[in-house]
Design a protein around this ligand. Structure first.
Ligand code: ZN
Length: 455
């Protein structure tokens, strides 16, 4: 058994000193003891935390980060003009590129403090829509990226059947996403085989893309596919989507979903940006996780999630890096809190009286992320996966008498770097760098050079 000795650690009942955590050969926490001495051979860290899950990512978009920051020719740059660039870009990517980009993004996630990720995987076909010989060709590439980085993975093969809420056919870049129910069942079966070949903490879920891309009958069929598995979909990200839903379904997206689908704890609804107060409160009561991607939502100009009302109503949240324009855990949480402050002209909006914003937000992201991935993690406790992160030395030491200061410093003041990270016991970040950074970065840069020649 390996052991980590932490001067300070965030345990289930709060901060503790002189903590010894044992990790068994399967990658689970075997033991936790506080106020003890280090065991011989223990690895020493200063501040140890449970590591969070990244609940929403499209890794391929990492390679186009920055490309969309030049204003296009249309009168108003928007999510929809961004989407056009994204569609053109994805047609340039080969399976090898998709693997290299995914590995680089997964590595950056681990260096940012994420032990695991839910990959919302919607590239299934060749450019133009033709099928690969193996329906799991691109899932195999995501799996290979998991194996090379060691990140915890919940694979979410995405169902994408139509071009809008009105049922219009797929066009252009969307043809790489397209599937139909019977083909999707085979794809899910193949994904199940692929996942079985990975480390035992790997999970599988179902992901209807959105109400834009999936009609009501298909959505209902998908809810029965893996009845206990995570079920993720985008919803209410854009005002245009709300208008389409009102016109075609006679209700706002979240309102329609809550009235017509069995939304519960296994659901993770990504964005939920545009809700009326009654939708926000009803969604909180459903037990579903609101999957927030504050950095991407700011980048795309989506709008502001009503976090104050949602948390006050008992809602669960987690965070995701989504477009991967920037891969950072601390900034996702910071941006979430700041969006509320800017809207409300107030400070420390998402914590209760006397609470630390960093502590509240990190605690909620841990619980909501683990729930969304269906992953036994989010706490340092025997039997759970050893998803652990150590902050860099010195973070919060100056005023250490205020107990949550390391988290507040890390989230609000620092650059978000971590010193060490374990994904289900796999020690993959040491002294701030992924142990395979050089080779993964080299492959990524070769791939970008080749893509740039095609742009
Ligand atoms: Zn997304």
């Amino acid at each position: 058994m390996r052991t980590i000795f932490a001067a300070t650690a965030l345990l289930e009942d709060g901060w503790a000193k002189d903590v010894l955590v044992g990790i068994d050969d399967d990658g689970r926490v075997a033991s936790v003891a506080k106020d003890v001495k280090a065991a011989p051979g223990s690895m020493h860290v200063e501040t140890l935390l449970p590591a969070a899950c990244n609940l929403h990512s499209h890794t391929f978009q990492r390679a186009m980060a920055g490309l969309t920051e030049r204003r296009g020719p249309s009168e108003r740059d928007s999510f929809w003009t961004w989407r056009e660039v994204m569609y053109r870009f994805l047609d340039l990517l080969s399976p090898e590129d998709i693997e290299a980009v995914a590995a680089f993004a997964f590595m950056e996630m681990q260096e940012a403090g994420f032990a695991a990720v839910a990959e919302f995987h919607y590239l299934h076909n060749r450019p133009g829509g033709g099928a690969y010989d193996d329906p799991g060709e691109l899932s195999v590439r995501i799996a290979a990226a998991q194996a090379s980085t060691g990140i915890g993975l919940t694979l979410l093969p995405v169902y994408y059947a139509q071009g809008g809420v009105d049922g219009r056919p797929l066009a252009g870049g969307q043809l790489r996403f397209g599937n139909r129910l019977d083909g999707f069942a085979a794809e899910m079966e193949r994904a199940g085989e692929i996942v079985k070949g990975l480390s035992p903490d790997t999970g599988l879920g179902v992901a209807p893309h959105s109400l834009r891309a999936v009609g009501p009958a298909d959505l209902e069929a998908l809810t029965g596919m893996l009845p206990d598995a995570p079920f993720h979909m985008h919803i209410a990200e854009q005002e245009g989507e709300v208008e389409e839903a009102l016109a075609e379904l006679g209700a706002r997206p979240v309102e329609w979903l809550l009235a017509n689908m069995p939304v519960d704890k296994r659901w993770c609804l990504i964005h939920c940006t545009h809700m009326e107060p009654r939708e926000t409160e009803a969604l909180a009561r459903s037990g579903a996780v609101a999957g927030l991607c504050p950095v991407t939502e700011a980048n795309l100009g989506d709008g502001i999630f009503d976090g104050a009302r949602f948390l006050a109503s008992g809602g669960s949240i987690g965070v995701g890096s989504d477009s991967n324009i920037r891969i950072t855990l601390n900034e996702e949480l910071r941006q979430f809190e700041y969006s509320q402050r800017l809207r409300d002209h107030a400070r420390v909006v998402l914590a209760g009286a006397g609470q630390s914003a960093g502590r509240v937000l990190y605690g909620k992201a841990l619980a909501g992320g683990a729930q969304a991935l269906g992953r036994q993690s989010g706490r340092i406790a025997p039997g759970l996966w050893a998803d652990l992160v150590a902050l860099q030395r010195g973070e919060g030491l100056m005023l250490a008498k205020q107990p949550d200061l390391p988290l507040d410093n890390w989230i609000f003041c620092g650059d978000g770097k971590v010193s060490d990270l374990w994904s289900a016991g796999r020690h993959r970040v040491a002294e701030g760098r992924h142990v395979r950074r050089e080779e993964i970065a080299r492959r990524y840069h070769e791939c970008l050079t080749a893509i740039a020649a095609k742009l």
